[in-house]
Design a protein around this ligand. Structure first.
Ligand SMILES: [Zn+2]
Length: 381
């Protein structure tokens, strides 16, 4: 788990954690419930009673969100897709499901499971609310949770990425057309349309005088619209990179420096003014590590002259590498997954190039330019 996440334990083998931002939303929600929502609904409670009921309700809401995410996770596990972890954070929860669903029905069931759990919780809390009127604090808690779980289920079913409804919709189109790519494009269009609809409705509300609600609705619209656009970009990348290999997009623009080089020398001779982004460190003709801009940024300038590259480099044993014939699209996913910006490219155990985000962008740009002139062919070895 990342270091800003507090581990809570495991459920069905899935690590569950709290992001620090969760405390912010927990306090905000408790505060709103204790000072506005409950005092409006229920009179004559003591301040303590408002706050303790508010806090208990907030915690129960996050338990509900956790159950929603577990709904997705159980179905993912059913389809043999690994769930890396569940994290509760500022905007609710997220189950990190690694890998794409193998078929439309799998995507459909995994996506619908979350809202289904929320609907079920809403029904359970509603029944409890009807049967248990005392003590009034517990009744208040049930009432709020019945309402909020219902809203959560509905909101998540809005057919726009990355909400569950977006996935349900894509799965439906995918199942109907048997064409994953087309399904993605159709759901992006629908997602953007709904995003604009929210922005439009929010603007109308704002002009009508309801500024804060209008702003919220417009904000949700903007969020849906940009999420749909990033989905489109993702699909564009996949379309253009699939079928090509790492060798076609790698760069040979790297340098190899001896182990006793200082960061100062690296900056002066390779980075400042030259703009090289990747360097390898060698010892007796053997590559022992990778030096990245990202790592160097952590060293303050005063220490450049006294810091050796070996202190900053990523040791060769911890560096992920790819072979020249590795699929380009998979390589990009690998970078995202391990959070790196470059992958050394090896052939027969020797480094012959580097694949990084810049080289992929350059490759895409060249491909575009030459395809339009009809002279782009696969770079052959
Ligand atoms: Zn969900």
């Amino acid at each position: 788990m990342k270091k800003h996440i507090i581990p809570l334990g495991k459920i069905m083998g899935i690590p569950v954690g709290l992001d620090y931002t969760w405390f912010l939303i927990f306090m905000l929600l408790t505060w709103t419930l204790a000072t506005t929502y409950f005092p409006n609904e229920f009179k004559n409670w003591s301040t303590f009673e408002y706050w303790i009921t508010g806090a208990a309700t907030s915690i129960m809401l996050f338990v509900s969100v956790l159950l929603h995410e577990l709904g997705h996770s159980i179905l993912a596990l059913h389809y043999k897709i690994r769930v890396k972890q569940i994290t509760l954070f500022l905007f609710g929860g997220v189950a990190e499901i690694t890998g794409e669903p193998p078929k439309a029905s799998a995507e459909f069931w995994i996506a619908i499971a979350g809202p289904a759990v929320s609907f079920l919780l809403a029904a359970i809390f509603y029944l409890l609310e009807l049967t248990l009127k005392n003590p009034v604090f517990v009744y208040a808690l049930f009432e709020y949770l019945a309402y909020i779980n219902f809203v959560l289920a509905l909101f998540n079913l809005i057919p726009g990425f990355p909400l569950d409804g977006g996935r349900v919709f894509r799965a439906a189109v995918w199942g109907y057309t048997h064409d994953f790519k087309r399904a993605t494009y159709v759901s992006v269009i629908v997602g953007r349309f709904i995003g604009f609809l929210f922005i439009f409705a929010g603007s109308l509300q704002m002009f009508g005088g309801d500024l804060s609600n209008g702003l919220w609705v417009a904000f949700i619209g903007w969020f849906l619209e940009s999420a749909a656009m990033s989905q489109l970009q993702q699909q564009y990348l996949q379309d253009n990179l699939s079928g090509h290999t790492v060798y076609e997009a790698m760069t040979r623009d790297y340098a190899i420096v001896p182990e006793d080089t200082t960061i100062r020398e690296v900056m002066d001779n390779h980075i400042l003014g030259i703009g090289r982004r990747t360097l390898f460190v060698k010892k007796d003709d053997k590559i022992i590590g990778l030096l990245t801009l990202h790592r160097i940024k952590n060293i303050i300038q005063d220490k450049w002259a006294s810091t050796l590259v070996t202190e900053v480099m990523i040791p060769e044993t911890e560096t992920e590498v790819v072979k020249t014939d590795y699929p380009l699209w998979d390589a990009l996913k690998k970078m995202d997954k391990s959070g790196v910006n470059q992958l050394p490219v090896i052939e027969d155990g020797k480094i012959i190039g580097v694949l990084n985000r810049e080289s992929i962008i350059t490759y895409l740009r060249n491909a575009q330019e030459f395809i339009s002139k009809g002279i782009f062919a696969r770079r052959q070895r």
